[in-house]
Design a protein around this ligand. Structure first.
Ligand SMILES: C[S@@+](CC[C@H](N)C(=O)[O-])C[C@H]1O[C@@H](n2cnc3c(N)ncnc32)[C@H](O)[C@@H]1O
Length: 333
């Protein structure tokens, strides 16, 4: 049996929006891609679905306790905290402010995708894996939507709540390490993992192996490179400059932020078939006439105003030696 027959259908499905710039300036576009693939395995700890590496119970084994202290020993940089565990350095903070950002972003995605959690044509999924699940908000929503499915979120930071739907679990794990699962998942989900993977083809190959035949990989990514379809965005505009710096910083970290244009070909190179991509424009602010775009624009602006530093603080300081833009840069530009 050839590979495409053995591992059917992958199709990236989710689209993510381009962002529009502020005010009545039309938007820069963000690109999102979804892909599908076979199943993923979760690596490092070789845990089964029932254990939680960061929730040691009293009297539990020393190894577990040690791991728990390692993963919560956050790094502090420029007033923010960052994950301690993992083989790669994620750009985003994990403090309360960053967690609020993630939850706000979840809402923005729901508004964008007509309240859908994913676009892949998965029916009656039994096992779902969420890569880099952050606060776990997507995983918990999907667990509630599919109460018969087992949902697992993996993450570098233990920032998920302890009250979760009974069919959702979280594990501290690093998707950039080896995966152990094979033929296991019906759906693997990834969202906003831009700048957090040194080799996407490699990651997709692991996901393909971890998916069941016929399983899907669904990915949604924003673009940080603002564009406009009706005005010229000058090179010296702060949005354009910020995008160039992000691009440079990402390249210097070895984990590019510029993934949108390549995700489809990387998925296909990894062996996925039936890959589709949808691009959507995200206005910045409520300037659009269309009601739905107005709502997207409102939430996008909120997210960027409060969150632009989250995207760039660590990379700007450590990779470029420059400071971060002020809060409100987006609205004030
Ligand atoms: C921008 S957040 C998005 C969170 C979540 N996917 C969402 O959309 O709400 C990216 C998350 O990926 C996690 N992450 C980055 N690299 C990772 C890795 N190698 N393994 C596991 N999680 C990772 C980060 O810790 C962070 O919480």
């Amino acid at each position: 049996m050839d590979e495409s027959a053995r591992v059917p259908s992958v199709s990236p499905t989710r689209s993510s929006p381009p962002q529009h710039l502020s005010g009545d300036v039309p938007p820069p576009l963000q690109t999102v891609e979804d892909s599908i693939g076979p199943e993923v395995q979760s690596d490092v700890h070789n845990t089964d679905d029932a254990d939680s590496a960061y929730d040691p119970t009293p009297g539990n084994v020393t190894e577990t306790t040690s791991l728990a202290s390692v993963i919560t020993k956050y790094r502090e940089e420029n007033g923010r905290t960052y994950h301690a565990y993992g083989s790669t350095e994620h750009w985003g903070p994990n403090d309360a402010r960053a967690q609020d950002q993630q939850d706000l972003s979840h809402h923005l995605w729901l508004v964008t995708l007509d309240n859908k959690l994913f676009l892949a044509p998965v029916e009656n999924p039994q096992r779902i894996l969420d890569l880099g699940c952050g606060t776990g908000i997507w995983a918990m929503d999907v667990a509630e939507q599919y109460p018969n499915a087992q949902v697992k979120g993996i993450e570098l930071s233990p920032i998920q709540p302890t009250w979760t739907p009974p069919n959702a679990i979280f594990e501290i794990d690093d998707y950039n390490l080896d995966w152990l699962d094979e033929n296991k998942f019906d759906l693997i989900h990834a969202r906003e993992l831009l700048g957090s993977c040194p080799d996407w083809v490699e990651l997709y190959k692991k996901a393909l192996k971890a998916l069941k035949p016929g399983g899907w990989f669904d990915q949604a990514e924003p673009s940080l490179f603002f564009t406009s379809d009706h005005i010229d965005l000058p090179q010296e505009h702060c949005y354009t400059q910020w995008g160039r710096l992000m691009l440079d910083a990402g390249e210097k970290s070895g984990m590019t932020f510029n993934i949108g244009p390549y995700l489809k070909e990387w998925m296909e190179e990894a062996g996925f078939v039936n890959v589709t991509m949808r691009r959507v424009a995200w206005p910045i602010g409520k300037w659009a006439k269309n009601k739905s775009l107005q709502e997207i624009g409102f939430w996008n602006q909120q997210r960027l105003d409060a969150g632009i530093q989250d995207f760039c603080s660590r990379r700007f300081h450590n990779k470029l030696g420059v400071g971060t833009p002020p809060d409100g840069m987006i609205s004030n530009s």
